[in-house]
Design a protein around this ligand. Structure first.
Ligand SMILES: Nc1ncnc2c1ncn2[C@@H]1O[C@H](COP(=O)(O)OP(=O)(O)OP(=O)(O)O)[C@@H](O)[C@H]1O
Ligand SMILES: [Mg+2]
Length: 327
């Protein structure tokens, strides 16, 4: 079976990481000093948090780093107690050579306050044998006592240029044939997430054809930008609810798309609709965020998308005329 590219191209050394310049420099300096403090990594998905932690362990411990590195999910569905037992078993023994071990805890922001407090006590208990690297998407969900025990490192979404270079390397090494618009499409749908970008490329390349932008949008289960744009124009510019809704239903059904993908595609397009005044764009974004939130909370996607389109239509001066004419 073919290797998974996100694994195959995962950097082995900190200096091979893409972007995250400041963070990587600070981490390299710590590794060079021979010991690391407890650390807190924050940032969105697929930007190098786990990768950096593994690189640190490799560079600090060299051969046998696997015995001194534990990666586990802090929000293990079986509960924080299971996590604590895992940590206890790993931390119990001193590492060969007497220096530390590293425990990497993913998804710490999914822990309740109580669980985070329990984690804090665990960290203190094993501080003599272990260093903890906590990882989260949202640092504001981490309680202060945990934050203050860690050196914090922020991981940013990767820049378009960084993603492009990384993809170009894979494309050339794997001999993937691409149309001109393919990489731009990947950059657009992956929104700074290098894991997503790499996976979309591999999935599209697996068809064995020349990869096109159109194929990327369909692999990424994303609305084509033109389609998203057309629906938004029908609603917010033309005020034609019926037509916007029909078009939306058609593309959603044919692509098997979910509400989240539709919201993301709309969000990417809103700002490039020249026919819309700035005020209307702002109102659209506000409306979109409201309906996106409701969907996240579990409200029916169909109804929320309809409601969004209705609100978008109300922004159009033409909508009032339509209502008067009864069309
Ligand atoms: N900065 C980066 N440099 C090089 N490769 C990267 C970088 N960020 C991500 N990748 C690639 O994407 C894959 C996923 O990255 P990683 O597991 O480090 O993400 P993460 O930040 O831990 O995400 P999550 O929050 O979802 O756990 C890696 O296998 C690697 O191939
Ligand atoms: Mg990770």
């Amino acid at each position: 079976m073919e290797a998974i590219w996100t694994e195959k191209y995962r950097p082995q050394k900190l200096r091979e990481m893409v972007g995250q310049k400041q963070t990587v420099e600070r981490l390299e300096a710590l590794v060079k000093s021979g010991s690391v403090p407890h650390m807190l990594f924050s940032g969105p998905a697929g930007v190098g948090k786990t990768t950096a932690a593994v690189c640190i362990a490799r560079e600090l411990f060299k051969d046998g780093w696997q015995d001194r590195f534990l990666e586990t999910n802090a929000s293990d569905e079986r509960g924080i107690d299971v996590v604590r037992v895992k940590i206890k078993n790993f931390a119990r023994t001193l590492a060969v050579g007497g220096s530390h071990k590293i425990i990497f805890l993913d998804e710490c922001d999914a822990l309740t306050r109580d669980a985070q407090n329990a984690l804090r006590r665990t960290m203190e208990k094993y501080a003599s044998t272990c260093r903890f690297i906590l990882s989260c998407n949202y640092i504001n969900k981490i309680i202060d006592p945990l934050q203050s025990r860690c050196a914090t490192f922020r991981f940013l979404p990767l820049k378009d240029e960084e993603i492009r270079r990384y993809l170009e390397k894979i494309v050339s090494e794997e001999g993937v044939k691409t149309e001109k618009d393919a990489l731009e499409a990947i950059i657009e749908v992956s929104e700074g997430d290098l894991r997503a970008a790499t996976n979309v490329l591999q999935t599209a390349a697996a068809f064995g054809r020349k990869v096109s932008g159109k194929e990327i949008y369909s692999v990424a289960r994303s609305l084509f930008p033109e389609e998203a744009r057309e629906i938004l124009v029908l609603a917010a510019v033309e005020g034609d609810f019926q037509a916007a809704r029909e078009k939306l239903i058609k593309v959603v059904n044919s692509g098997g798309l979910g509400g989240e993908e539709v919201v993301k595609a709309f969000h990417r397009e809103i700002f490039s609709i020249d026919e819309l005044p700035a005020q209307a764009k702002m109102a659209l974004v506000r409306a979109l965020s409201e309906y996106a939130f409701r969907m996240m909370e579990g409200a029916s996607e169909r109804i929320q998308l309809d409601a969004f389109l209705a609100e978008a239509c109300a922004l159009s001066p033409k909508s009032a005329q339509r209502t008067e004419r009864g069309t």
